[in-house]
Design a protein around this ligand. Structure first.
Ligand code: SAH
Length: 262
């Protein structure tokens, strides 16, 4: 008797590809994409990957279609090697949770791997010195999936403990006022001279843009903030970092100065 033909085993990789430049992707992310038959992702994330996508079936999706994308990836991964792409880290406002939730719901048993990437907080911090040296918080100002009242409660809580705060999705055409609301919350707990960094397109091929300012002067730069921007608001101990006359970024001391002389 011939043995029954088994369908080929598939696998699903949920891949964080970092902030944009290929050299900031992990070796694991590149290797898994190279070994995939299908690569699924948002247009803007797939473009920088084009050189490694030759010979693969590329499925382009768009913002707002995350549930469909997750469902399609899982269906294909039953019998193919599939990579679903997320910008930055897949587990930070990325595709990992929705893919795992849909997978759990389908009851399918598939080989799944979540591959971490450099998230926007780390990418943005790296181009302005060391603003997030110890404890810090990350808040997204997008109210598409979280009500604004809840976001405001979280903002107030994290600013009240005066740690550096990273703001993702600070502004878009659909919600132009959320950034101003966040600044208002910050000012309740932090002084006006608290340093603030506006970092646009960090570590992307088309070059980035950095503005270092303070909490009391940030309105001057309102137009520079959009959905490609990450904003870092310093904590109670953060200060501007200078080299000669030049403002280079922000330093949040880790506390070595309490123990050592340097
Ligand atoms: N999963 C992604 C975050 C997605 S939310 C990650 O881990 O980075 C999208 C938000 O991330 C944007 O609105 C912006 O605030 C931030 N972002 C992503 N890439 C960025 C980059 N290269 N430079 C600055 N901000 C970035």
């Amino acid at each position: 008797m011939p043995s029954p033909v088994k369908p080929p085993a598939g696998r699903l990789a949920i891949v964080g590809i970092g902030p944009g430049k290929r050299e900031h992707m992990t070796a694991r992310a590149l290797k898994v994409i190279a070994g995939s038959e299908y690569v699924i992702g948002n247009d803007s994330y797939l473009d920088p990957l084009l050189p490694v996508l030759t010979g693969k079936t590329v499925i382009r999706s768009s913002m707002g279609k995350e549930v469909e994308r997750a469902t399609q990836a899982i269906e294909l991964a039953r019998s193919h090697a599939v990579a679903i792409i997320s910008g930055g880290d897949a587990g930070v406002y990325g595709m990992a949770s929705i893919v795992l939730e849909v997978l759990e719901h389908t009851g399918a048993e598939i080989d799944v791997e979540v591959i971490p990437g450099v998230t926007a907080a780390n990418a943005a911090a790296s181009v302005v010195g060391s603003p997030l040296s110890g404890d810090f918080a990350v808040i997204s100002l997008s109210d598409l999936l979280t009500p604004l009242e809840e976001i405001e409660r979280r903002l107030d809580a994290v600013f009240s403990v005066r740690i550096p705060v990273v703001l993702y999705n600070p502004k878009s055409r659909g919600r132009p006022h959320n950034f101003a609301i966040a600044v208002e919350h910050a000012r309740r707990h932090l002084s006006g001279d608290t340093p603030l960094a506006i970092v646009k397109n960090a570590l992307r091929d088309d070059g980035g843009e950095v503005i270092i300012t303070t909490l009391c002067e940030v309105e001057t730069y309102n137009d520079a903030i959009d959905m490609h921007t990450t904003v870092i608001i310093g904590g109670g101990e953060s200060r501007i970092w200078r080299m000669g006359e030049d403002v280079k970024g922000i330093i949040t001391p880790r506390g070595y100065h309490h123990k050592y002389v340097y």
